[in-house]
Design a protein around this ligand. Structure first.
Ligand code: SAM
Length: 394
């Protein structure tokens, strides 16, 4: 597992590598097959809700490695982990060493009991495991040099910023218009600024900070749109749009091999005024109603009763290269599909090989006049600004 994490570039430093090579992962997933426990991409689900959805897990090693590298934890630091499983807290304990301090919190007593027991048995009794809704942080043990959130966060509550040391780093998988990115944030003149972000997926945060996403059903339960809670959606118009003939537009933009293009999704989510994820059951795809897309849903532009989404078409026989194709539905299908294609081309020209997005988090009370230009996503406690520095040479 460690070798694979190194090969894939997820483990980059010797210190984090050493921690992974030291902590026995199976001690935190008793009963799970070793091939699963030590597969770099496998999550071990430890609890599901009444609908069968995962609510707690020992996260995939790949994600844990990426986030611990982002966090840059050093000996002697005080670290807060939000969302417990035991394993990640043990890795952090290795990184901070005997002079450091690790606090891990979970909202679920089952998880807290489990993590407490396994940490003690694996030789990490010094890790403090607390039953807490992390919305309020853990003021009695603050400040923290690092705060690592291991559940999909909808927002950044004031407690996290307040309890972060002046030169601290907050690593948080933040949901932005349905997309999740693990963002490393540092303080800069009264707000938080990203110093990097990575693609990831997490079980949603529960409690006071629970996610405000909703699912708008477009055709029985076969086709639906997942949107942020604050987005106004013309559900009847969109249902009608599905019954009209669609348009298809080739973008001329190809991707292939192992080049990631998740930044295109983030770019579209920030460039478009209204954005959602179109999810469809296999029956609807086989019936030709919508095109096959990624598991997380097709990235969809919304405008009144029209919408357009992106899929891809293989351009080589061995299916290693693809062209983006946009499908438009509704009275404005043509225009919205063309605009979508233009955005794909803009990303290709200006951002594909660029530095990526700059993500800034301002408290809600910050006046608009003090916030630079960019897409502003309004949350309950914060205003999240996403801007795209250009490549100057193009
Ligand atoms: C992916 S698991 C954590 C994995 C863990 N860090 C590990 O070692 O792999 C996410 C956890 O977040 C917890 N959680 C969700 N909402 C929370 C909240 N508001 N406060 C504290 N914990 C929360 C869940 O109960 C769940 O156990």
């Amino acid at each position: 597992m460690v070798g694979q994490l190194r090969t894939h570039g997820e483990l980059r430093t010797d210190t984090v590598t050493r921690a992974f090579a030291t902590v026995p992962r199976e001690a935190f997933a008793p009963g799970a097959p070793l091939e699963q426990v030590y597969n770099r991409d496998d999550v071990v689900i430890t609890k599901r809700d009444e609908n069968g959805l995962a609510v707690s897990s020992v996260s995939a090693p790949r994600i844990q490695a990426i986030m611990l590298e982002q966090a840059d934890i050093r000996p002697g630091m005080r670290v807060l982990e939000i969302g417990s499983g035991g394993y990640n807290a043990a890795l952090i304990a290795e990184l901070v060493g005997p002079e450091g301090e690790v606090t891990t919190v979970d909202i679920d007593p089952f998880v807290v009991d489990r993590a407490t027991q396994y940490l003690a048995e694996a030789g990490y009794p010094q890790v403090r495991v607390l039953l807490v809704d992390a919305e309020g942080g853990v003021p009695e043990h603050a400040p923290f040099d690092r705060i690592i959130v291991t559940a999909g966060a909808w927002d950044i509550p004031p407690a996290w910023t307040e309890q972060l040391a002046e030169d601290g780093v907050l690593v948080v998988p933040l949901r932005l218009r349905g997309l999740t990115r693990s963002i490393a944030l540092v303080r800069e003149r009264g707000h938080l600024v990203s110093c990097g972000y990575e693609l990831c997926g997490f079980v949603p945060i529960q409690g006071a900070g629970a996610n405000a996403e909703r699912l708008v059903l477009l055709q029985s339960e076969d086709i639906a749109l997942r949107v942020d809670g604050d987005q106004i959606v013309d559900a009847d118009g969109l249902r009608n749009a599905l019954t009209l003939p669609r348009v298809a537009r080739q973008s001329g933009v190809e991707v292939g091999g192992f080049e990631p293009f998740d930044d295109l999704d983030l770019f579209l989510a920030t460039a478009l005024d209204a954005f959602g994820l179109l999810v469809a059951k296999p029956a609807a795809i086989e019936a030709g109603l919508v095109e096959r897309s990624t598991r997380m849903g097709a990235k969809t532009a919304l405008e009144g009763g029209s919408f357009a989404y992106r899929a891809s078409q293989a351009t080589s026989e061995d299916r290693t290269s693809f062209e983006f194709v946009v499908y438009g539905h509704g009275p404005d299908a043509d225009r919205i599909a063309n605009e979508y294609v233009e955005l794909i081309r803009e990303w290709d020209r200006l951002h594909r090989h660029g530095p990526g997005a700059r993500i800034e988090v301002f408290p809600t009370a910050t006046p608009h006049a003090e916030i630079p230009d960019g897409r502003l996503i309004e949350k309950r406690h914060t205003r999240v600004l996403i801007s795209w520095p250009h490549l100057t040479s193009s």
